[in-house]
Design a binder for this molecule. Structure first.
Ligand code: URA
Length: 224
């Protein structure tokens, strides 16, 4: 393959356009630099395959590639959705849930992180409709709580009460609507839910609705 065709293929895989469009862009001088320092229209290229990013998900956005309404993918450059391999969220947060959501195009990593066998810790901050009664931490830690419609008990989970109607819950699994269903099983109702931690990662000062690539040290910690 010629150098131009190779480069056009590389740029097309990053979602910048079709191979044909990229061949034209190269011919027109829009692609400059070489090796790791390539630029398109003066901007550094997006990272190659193996990209991992975190989003501070706002409320009202759905974790789907195709649903109606506002999608988490609308919060990042449209070309990310044209990448090959495809960029997907690492698991999902409910539309109403905010906070730390990872995305990657590394299918093996994705499957490892969302596998039922993965015991990666996720921490959620919940605001509740009613005051906590005092029995919840023991119930969640017991390893005997069976959610409605299921027969396998939840793994022991750690509840830290942070206020009369606020609590921080750390899970080692990720079942459908798990936090909301656990509090429902305890006779309460989750009004707002925010994920503040995913394994070794926290949001830091990433604003609501913003995303950023993981730092190399964060990637290493996540992959460890
Ligand atoms: N638990 C929930 O109930 N919702 C989420 O989005 C994540 C965990």
């Amino acid at each position: 393959m010629s150098d131009v065709r190779k480069l056009a293929k590389q740029l097309a895989a990053l979602g910048y356009g079709s191979r044909k469009e990229m061949a034209i862009a190269i011919r027109d001088g829009r692609v400059t630099g070489d090796g790791d320092a390539l630029r398109i229209d003066g901007e550094p290229l997006d990272p190659p395959a193996g990209m991992i990013l975190m989003l501070n998900k706002p409320a009202g956005f759905t974790c789907s590639h195709s649903d109606q309404g506002r999608l988490v993918y609308d919060l990042m450059p449209a070309r990310f959705q044209k990448r090959d391999p495809k960029v997907s969220s690492v698991g999902r947060l409910d539309a109403d849930t905010t906070g730390l959501l990872l995305f990657t195009d590394d299918g093996a990593l994705l499957h490892r992180l969302i596998s039922p066998k993965s015991s990666i810790e996720k921490t959620y901050d919940a605001h509740l409709a009613r005051p906590l009664e005092g029995h919840e931490a023991a119930l969640f830690a017991s390893g005997t709580l069976v959610l409605r419609g299921e027969d396998k008990p939840c793994l022991p989970a750690q509840l830290d009460v942070t206020g009369e109607r606020t609590a921080r819950l750390t899970l080692n699994e990720g079942r459908y609507h798990q936090v909301r269903r656990m509090f429902a099983a305890a006779g309460n109702h989750v009004e707002t839910l925010h994920r503040s931690r995913f394994g070794p990662l926290t949001l830091g000062d990433l604003p609501d609705g913003a995303w950023r690539l993981l730092e190399p040290a964060e990637v290493a910690a996540l992959r460890a």
